[in-house]
Ligand binder design. Structure first.
Ligand code: WT7
Length: 654
């Protein structure tokens, strides 16, 4: 095992002595959708289990003839020969089957404005948007960049693309103009859908200027920019290119037939950070993605579409927002809440007020949010009626037992089961999670593979480790919502995920099996950081830093942070002419914000005279991590220059 995985393993050792167990109540267990038989069914049916789920969760225009074609591994084809339309499955069929009056989305804007869409209304909006995009020349297979805040138009846009068969590429609104442009270029997108802006912490916040800046440099593939009016702030306008959503969508026809697409037709691309400076365009296709997201949404959360109100707090800019805001809840005919703003606007009780107001029964959020609420104090949620809550979900990073217990007691009233769901942009849907009516939960552990999924923890050699040991997390069998590749880069796909071990998907996470065989996630074992549940690449931030004229060299590490899980800490060597003062730190932080986005801004930038390197020139990030976390520096014997760490220590004392 690598040094960092070993160290993480040691740090988590104490977790494995966690003795607390929380079995579901008899009442919950008796009525739960997922029963122990679901695991037996998955075992006995093998791959055909997923054929059953595909037919149960979705309506196919043409049934598939083969469940899985793995002959061109690692490029999978699921539900071969099947044809379906994602938007039809999410919308029209609910209307046709008499659920048109059910609320699909309750939207709450940050300023307190509200809108609700029934399934019938959302269907109509998506049909209009599909017609509007087609009138702008968007056709099946074209890519559409989506740069929108958390407003219903984001979901409408994604589904309108899916309806046409156009491939959406959502770029998180917190990413910079440069990041947006590189994603537009990589996917060769034809259209951008954006908004004038949104609201953040009680103030209007602009989005359109970033799109203008992204398209300033000649040679983009974009022909039109559709702009949703959200905050009514003035915007620059490029005639002939920019069009208002109101003008093209509101006036469009509400008749639009959803043509069925092949099960393997691309549904979306979503960029995520890897171990190099260049983000990867993760490609997902239709039938498999929809099957596993809908299946997991139903069973992991014990979803009752007639009565539950589901709230996934993730932004649509991340995979969680794709799988568990746009697709699964609508495929399953659920009612969901969508909230635009920050949790502390206008006050720190906003989320709990919303849960009380909409009677949210299933809450799905990230440990970083829970830790923030813990800091604000339990008195705040205690002021609200949270009795509607019956299932709680966690995602994005390991949840520490303390936060887990707080979540259970304060938000879940000591009885709602917590499902800690491990998955990735690449996996598309939950892969490891308790089943709320079956699993006796342990604070801090994601525990068991989802029925039908084969995960394992293996050693360096790819051998399954015994209970009580740690290693690398792998997936042994293909799964329906697996990524189908990296956009435009099949080699990188094979290299990144399929070359580390034979015939296994390498997730990039370290993990341990406890004495019961339950899985505990230990964080990334590669140069990927997890800040507030968002993935950032050390290399990407390093290249942003060295692109600044004052920086000669840079090394970035993820350091433990009480609230955000990890925080970005950068070590930089300045060029001879640059001055080491407070300004340079601010300048460099802003520079990273401009290159990538505010989320990537380092928490600390430390100016140092040297970086620790091996004789072959590889930066020893492990040693810098020790410094960043205030630990005694570990074994430095492989350093080319063994005085470097002393030089760094001396420079930081100055
Ligand atoms: C990485 C994937 C999955 C949607 C959000 C993040 C970490 C995710 C958990 C969890 C421990 C987790 C892993 C994974 N991660 N969920 N429940 N417990 N770690 O998606 O940006 O693709 O990041 O997030 O390290 O590899 P992502």
């Amino acid at each position: 095992m690598s040094d960092s995985a070993q160290r993480q393993g040691d740090a988590f050792e104490n977790l494995l002595h966690e003795e607390r167990r929380f079995p579901p109540s008899e009442e919950f267990a008796a009525q739960a959708l997922a029963q122990p038989s679901l695991y037996e069914e998955a075992r006995s049916r093998g791959t055909e289990f997923w054929a059953d789920q595909a037919r149960a969760c979705l309506s196919w225009e043409t049934d598939f003839t083969q469940t899985l074609d793995w002959s061109e591994a690692p490029f999978a084809k699921w539900f071969v020969g099947g044809k379906l339309n994602a938007a039809y499955n999410a919308l029209d069929r609910h209307v046709e089957e008499g659920r048109g009056d059910r609320v699909a989305i309750h939207f709450e804007g940050e300023p307190g404005d509200t809108r609700s869409y029934t399934y019938a209304e959302l269907t109509e909006s998506v049909k209009k948007a599909a017609n509007a995009f087609e009138s702008l020349g968007v056709q099946k297979g074209d890519r559409v960049a989506v740069y929108l805040p958390m407003i219903p138009e984001a979901v409408i846009t994604m589904l309108a693309c899916a309806r046409i068969g156009a491939v959406h590429s959502v770029v998180f609104g917190g990413f910079s103009a440069d990041a947006l442009r590189s994603r537009i270029d990589d996917a060769e997108a034809k259209l951008v859908v954006t908004a004038d802006g949104t609201y953040r912490r009680g103030k209007p916040s602009a989005l359109k200027p970033a799109v203008d800046a992204a398209l300033e440099k000649e040679g983009s593939t974009i022909t039109n920019v559709v702009v949703v009016r959200r905050n009514n702030e003035p915007v620059e306008w490029t005639e002939g290119r920019d069009v208002w959503w109101d003008d093209v969508v509101d006036t469009a026809s509400s008749e639009h037939t959803a043509v069925a697409h092949d099960s393997e037709h691309p549904l979306f691309i979503l960029y995520t950070s890897g171990t190099t400076g260049k983000p990867k365009g993760i490609l997902h296709t239709t039938g498999g993605f929809l099957t596993q997201t809908a299946f997991t949404h139903k069973y992991t959360f014990d979803l009752r579409p007639e009565t539950d109100v589901f709230w996934c707090t993730a932004d649509i800019g991340w995979v969680t927002g794709h799988s568990y805001v746009t697709y699964a809840p609508l495929i399953n005919g659920a009612t969901q809440l969508m909230y635009e703003g920050t949790p502390d606007t206008p006050h720190q009780g906003r989320w709990w007020e919303l849960i009380e107001k909409y009677k949210v029964s299933i809450l799905y959020t990230a440990p970083t949010a829970i830790r923030t609420f813990m800091k604000w104090g339990r008195d705040i949620p205690k002021k609200y009626d949270l009795s509607s809550v019956r299932v709680l979900g966690s995602v994005g990073e390991p949840i520490n037992p303390e936060a887990w217990m707080w979540y259970r007691e304060i938000i879940g009233g000591g009885k709602a089961p917590i499902v800690d769901t491990w998955w990735q942009t690449e996996t598309g849907a939950h892969m490891i999670s308790p089943m709320p009516g079956v699993t006796s939960t342990k604070p801090g552990s994601a525990q068991v593979a989802v029925p039908g999924i084969a995960v394992d923890v293996v050693d360096e050699m790819g051998q399954s480790v015994p209970n009580g040991s740690g290693g690398y997390l792998v997936v042994r069998e293909p799964w329906p919502s697996m990524l189908r590749g990296i956009w435009g880069d099949p080699e990188r796909f094979k290299q990144t995920y399929w070359s580390r071990f034979d015939d296994m998907y390498f997730a990039g996470d370290g993990a341990k099996k406890d004495e019961d065989g339950d899985i505990w996630l230990l964080g990334r074992v590669d140069d990927v950081m997890n800040v507030s549940g968002h993935r950032l690449s050390t290399t990407e931030i390093e290249s942003a830093l060295v692109s600044h004229p004052s920086v000669a060299e840079a090394a970035v590490v993820g350091a433990k942070d009480e609230t955000t899980g990890e925080a970005v800490v950068a070590f930089v060597i300045l060029r001879g002419s640059a001055k080491d003062d407070d300004d340079i730190v601010t300048t460099l932080r802003n520079h990273v914000g401009k290159e990538i986005g505010p989320i990537a801004k380092p928490r600390n930038i430390l100016v140092v005279p040297e970086l620790p390197k091996t004789r072959s020139g590889k930066i020893m990030r492990r040693l810098l991590k020790d410094v960043a976390e205030g630990r005694e520096v570990g074994d430095a014997t492989t350093l080319a220059d063994n005085t470097v760490m002393q030089q760094i220590a001396a420079s930081l004392r100055k």
